[in-house]
Design a protein around this ligand. Structure first.
Ligand SMILES: *Cc1c(COP(=O)(O)O)cnc(C)c1O
Length: 338
């Protein structure tokens, strides 16, 4: 692989990747909003990794597609929810790299799938093959992956499987590289990174990056589905796999900080109070947070600071994108627009 971790200068040696993201993404101060919350607040704009190919998945896909091409794959196979940002990004990135893509998208009733719109429409627009799958099938997705990969091989293709969210050891390199990028943007010293956790790969990459570079930073996730224990396990497992595959120490479970309590009505479901909160943030700052991930995480950060949770004096919120998850909620948003 030509991959080893670190050298005397603390730099990382990355495996093969493809260039997909517009980097570095800007780091912007949220001065007045931070001051109102009693902290120095920054926003890392990973919603600006690209236009349609946007958000945090792009950083992971740089390494995942690099690995796929290195293995001689001609297509990628991945999965996600009906409005998966990851699947949209994978489909676009695959087309850019000359690969075909197949998506397994989770819906309530595969025999009556929703019309294509927002993320699912863009994925299909760039040529992804979409298969609608039920919750039960999705729960057993590793078997589904194996079967679909076998069918693709039988048809003469060479598929590369990307797990949900691109969250595995290879994808984790994307956020390790983001930490290295960030370290050149912020002054040395204590900092707390706050991010939305959905499938764990972003959190794992951030934790590994901070550890490998020896930075005095805390990494705090807000889970937008499942619960705290689930994410400590999933993120810990990705870090273990990373250490086994690429070397270096793994991450202690006790270093994996997750703040639970902000899932609300459930994954990808919003309350009127959440959407109103996001509208007010948009009006105060011009920042568009999506209702599924960044919105829940940012509202959680605000709520935790208001109730006095100690997250340090300098906080960096990672804007992981999700613009098409926002536009997907147009019908719920319009009555609140005033
Ligand atoms: C996928 C996603 C996340 C969560 O990242 P994970 O690495 O899956 O935990 C956060 N924000 C947005 C907009 C996403 O699409």
């Amino acid at each position: 692989m030509g991959t080893s971790l670190g050298d005397a200068s603390g730099g990382l040696h990355y495996p093969r990747s493809v260039s997909l993201a517009r980097l570095p993404t800007p780091l912007e101060p949220l001065g007045p909003l931070g001051a109102s919350l009693g902290v120095e607040l920054w926003c890392k704009r990973d919603d600006l990794t690209g236009a349609a190919l946007t958000g945090n998945k792009v950083r992971k896909l740089e390494f995942l597609l690099g690995d796929a091409l290195g293995q001689g794959a001609d297509s990628v196979l991945t999965c996600g929810g009906e409005q998966s940002n990851h699947c949209r990004a994978t489909a676009i990135a695959a087309s850019l790299c000359g690969l075909r893509s197949s998506l397994l998208l989770r819906v309530e009733d595969p025999s009556a799938p929703p019309a294509l719109h927002d993320n699912s429409l863009l994925a299909r627009w760039v040529g992804a093959d979409i298969e609608w799958v039920s919750r039960a099938q999705y729960a057993d997705r590793n078997r589904l992956f194996a079967e679909r990969a076998e069918a693709l091989r039988a048809a003469g293709r060479r598929p590369y499987i990307i797990p949900e969210g691109g969250s595995n050891a290879v994808g984790a390199w994307g956020y390790m590289r983001a930490v290295e990028e960030l370290a050149t943007q912020v002054p040395f010293g204590p900092l707390t990174l706050v991010y939305a956790a959905g499938s764990g790969g972003t959190g794992a990459g951030l934790l590994l990056g901070v550890q490998r570079l020896g930075l005095p930073w805390r990494v705090v996730g807000i889970n937008v589905c499942d619960d705290r224990d689930y994410f400590v396990r999933v993120i810990g497992d990705i870090c273990d796999d990373f250490a086994a595959r690429f070397g270096g120490a793994t991450i202690e479970r006790s270093a994996i900080e997750i703040i639970d309590g902000y899932v609300g009505r459930g994954y990808a479901l919003s309350t009127e109070a959440e959407l109103t909160g996001l509208r007010d943030i948009a009006r105060a700052t011009g920042l568009l947070f999506d209702p599924v991930y960044t919105g829940k995480a940012f509202l959680a950060l605000q709520a935790e600071l208001k109730k006095g949770t100690d997250l340090g004096k300098r906080i960096l919120f990672l804007h992981t994108g999700g613009i098409f998850g926002l536009t997907a909620k147009a019908a719920e948003m319009a009555p609140l627009a005033g």
